[in-house]
Ligand binder design. Structure first.
Ligand code: KG4
Ligand code: ZN
Length: 361
């Protein structure tokens, strides 16, 4: 539809410089420049390297997105940017760039929440999200169950990891197995050659007295490390594919069981899974089986839209414009621990006046 808002979104919360352009719920461009290879030899993302890489990639990636979408910057209805949560220095690069473009082009600026964007991106593939939708968000920094109504204003956390995020566990287990960084994709690949029932790794927080919607992956990670260590000490070969498959089975078992339970308990019949770990093939398969059995409609974006990207930010920005949400002010700052309930950072009422008064004093 021609009257749907045309929005450019900028994502720099971690190691991907993502710039997406959407019209309403239609994806027009999704340009990503990743610094992941620069971090590989450190075994994890180095914030300072990520920030510098964002700075170098920003303008070319924005240009690439505009070229791909075939739109002019002057045609945009708004500029959206991840305001948090994420790495402070990395976020700052995106926020500064968004401000500069919004200011120069005289367009409204929308500072949005990274986690809500991970949910909203599914609209680009499967149309508008039903209200309510249960969201299982699983990434390198987060693992949460979120009950979402209107995605621009109503995201309620039901539970979250009490220690490691699911993606973090994948990354750590990959390191123990000597598979490199990031761990998720390589463990996923390895696991296909292995038997998920070979080793009974623990399912954290899964007894009846445990919190129903919280997760814990630190014990699992330690159990895998101990198991591998014992094999090595005994001089035995480590069955890497079986370890990968059994670890992955433990993670996906807990994630999908708790997600389906949250849907049933709250009478919600749509489950969306987002975040980098949602790219995992076994998670997608098990979630589909369990949702089918429970009569729940599963929505998972394609893997490229699950990992960090600019399209997800543009998708949420377009929704903000579409629903007439207040734009952010130009004193928007990056907030590395922006709570998930703050879907966006609107200008506080009277912001401009307050500043004008300050300036006149
Ligand atoms: O959402 P994301 O790109 O960045 C954060 O916001 O954290 O998620 C990155 C995480 C990493 O931990 C990575 O290992 C994991 O997602 N990941 C996967 C897969 N692809 C990426 N985990 C399991 N299986 C995958 N196929
Ligand atoms: Zn993310």
């Amino acid at each position: 539809m021609a009257d749907e808002p045309l929005v450019l979104g900028i994502e720099t919360s971690c190691d991907e410089t993502g710039v997406g352009i959407v019209r309403g719920t239609t994806l027009l461009a999704d340009a990503v420049a990743s610094s992941v290879n620069d971090h590989a030899r450190f075994g994890g993302v180095v914030p300072e390297i990520a920030s510098r890489a964002h700075l170098e990639a920003m303008v070319p990636t924005i240009q690439r997105a505009l070229d791909t979408a075939g739109v002019k910057a002057s045609d945009l209805d708004g500029i959206a940017v991840t305001a948090g949560p994420g790495l402070a220095g990395a976020l700052l690069v995106g926020v500064s760039a968004a401000k500069a473009y919004a200011w120069a082009l005289d367009k409204p600026l929308y500072g949005v929440n990274h986690l809500a964007s991970h949910i909203c991106v599914d609209q680009l593939e499967h149309g508008r999200l039903p209200e309510p939708t249960m969201a299982l968000l699983v990434s390198g920094g987060h693992s949460s169950l979120l009950l979402s109504g209107d995605i621009t204003s109503d995201v309620r956390p039901l539970g979250a990891t009490i220690d490691d995020a699911a993606g973090e566990a994948f990354d750590k287990v990959a390191r123990v197995l000597g598979l490199g960084f990031p761990g998720g994709p390589v463990v996923d690949r390895m696991a296909r050659e292995g038997d998920g029932r070979a080793i009974a790794f623990p399912r954290g927080l899964s007894s009846a007295s445990d919190p129903a919607y919280d997760f814990s992956f630190s014990g699992l990670k330690t159990a895998v490390a101990r198991w591998v260590e014992a094999k090595r000490r005994a001089g035995e070969t480590v069955p890497v594919a079986d370890v990968a498959a059994s670890f992955q089975e433990a993670v996906t078992d807990v994630l999908t069981r708790k997600a389906v339970r949250a849907c049933k308990d709250n009478d919600v019949d749509h489950l969306m899974i987002g975040g980098g770990v949602a790219a995992n093939s076994r998670l997608r398969e098990m979630a589909q089986q369990r949702c089918d059995k429970a009569g729940i409609v599963l929505r998972v974006p394609r893997p490229g839209l699950c990992t960090d990207n600019g399209a997800m930010v543009a998708a949420l920005g377009a929704e903000m414009v579409w629903r007439n949400r207040a734009a952010s002010s130009f004193d928007l700052s990056a907030d590395s621990s922006l709570p998930v309930t703050e879907t966006h950072v609107p200008a506080r009422h009277g912001d401009f006046h307050a500043h004008a008064h300050e300036a006149l004093k």
